[in-house]
Design a protein. Structure first.
Length: 371
């Protein structure tokens, strides 16, 4: 096997593929990336059995063939090479990677032992890259990052919902202390499949890193217990988390009597500044003292003293309520509207947050901290 490729093409393909190679493999082959050269292209594939990725790039192929090498070692090598074109030349014992006067001889695995990985193409539907990026950005942060014994909450619930105007793509994520719900946009397909799945968060972070903010389509293929994404020249297949996501309508729409409006950026800056103090205190808590006219944002800790600032606001009732500062700032950083609204009852009741005029598109519910 012998071929040459442009470094930038290879790097763009290898970065997401290498993320899917196993860090602590059951067998060494799972730490590898399989490279197949032929027909003027090179195909890169990696898998840890839970997630698999494949990318195809153009290449000047002098001799067809296949080889398997350590994915992360190869990525490190390619990152260090400064020349524009890289040549790969494999024999039975090693893979030579060269560029200019630089040469690496890389040990190889037996490519025949690499697991067979297939990526289905049907049934499929398409969603705009910008829409999928917004959906994941506004929900993925709310998953449970330490969910011992609660695997359902380690993923994002993605599902379709038929409406009179077409099929909507929607998403939910929660760690039981907060929930982010995105009600999405229409998918492009005359017969979009009806599905409701929970996708592991690590796979979604890989997809999110590949998404642009434009109109280019992303193809999604439900395939039994897996879900496949086709993004540009990358295909990613992930196992789904088994189980049914619990119903959340009652949580998303609590009975609330009062509301508050304020400038999103001003509140975000106040909370981010308060975190300098709150992160040293119990529960990382920041307190909002709401009146009609202003919010007094307060944080204190025994180690670092206290912090206080004011943000202009309009409110229908007074309230003093505390939140985990990270939980509040996560929403404020992603909501994307000039103003934010909070609907609330008492100091111990969950609050509903949403962007101005967007309560039918993106809702965030968070439980207060008792301080």
């Amino acid at each position: 096997m012998k071929f040459s490729v442009y470094k930038n093409d290879l790097l763009d393909a290898l970065k997401p593929v290498a993320k899917c190679a196993a860090l602590k493999p059951q067998t060494p082959i799972l730490s590898g990336v399989k490279i197949v050269a032929g027909d003027g292209k090179v195909t890169l594939t990696a898998t840890d059995f839970n997630v698999a990725a494949q990318a195809v790039i153009p290449a000047n192929v002098e001799m067809d063939g296949e080889v398997c090498v350590s994915a992360r070692y190869l990525l490190e090598i390619v990152n260090k090479i400064s020349d524009e074109v890289i040549t790969f030349d494999a024999d039975e014992n090693k893979l030579n990677v060269s560029s200019g006067g630089t040469n690496f001889d890389v040990p190889i695995f037996n490519a025949q032992e690499f697991p067979t990985t297939k990526f289905a193409t049907e049934p499929a539907f398409k969603v705009r890259s910008a829409l999928l990026k917004e959906m994941l950005t506004k929900t993925i942060f709310a998953v449970d990052k330490g969910a011992a014994g609660r695997p359902l909450f380690e993923g994002v619930n993605i599902f379709t919902k038929p409406t009179d105007g077409g099929v909507l793509l929607q998403a939910l994520a929660t760690n039981t202390h907060r929930i982010a719900a995105f009600f999405g946009g229409h998918v492009s397909c005359d017969n979009a499949p009806d599905f409701n799945v929970v996708v592991p968060v690590n796979a979604l972070y890989t997809i999110l890193a590949e998404l642009g903010g434009g109109e280019e389509p992303v193809t999604i293929v439900p395939d039994g217990q897996t879900l496949i994404f086709h993004v540009n020249n990358l295909r990613l297949k992930t196992r789904l988390i088994e189980g049914e996501f619990p119903p959340v309508d009652r949580v998303l729409y609590p009975d609330t009597e009062n509301q508050m409006y304020c400038n999103t950026g001003e509140l975000k800056n106040a909370v981010e500044t308060a975190k300098v103090v709150s992160k040293h205190g119990e529960y990382n808590a920041v307190t909002l003292k709401i009146t009609n006219g202003a919010i007094n944002v307060v944080a204190d800790s025994n180690e670092c003293g206290n912090f206080s600032t004011y943000v202009e606001a309009q409110a229908t009732a007074d309230l003093e309520i505390a939140f985990n500062a990270d939980y509040l700032s996560d929403f404020l950083k992603t909501v994307g509207t000039r103003k934010v609204c909070m609907r609330f009852n008492g100091k111990h009741d969950p609050v509903q947050l949403f962007g101005e005029n967007e309560d039918d598109r993106y809702i965030y519910v968070v439980t207060p901290v008792r301080v």
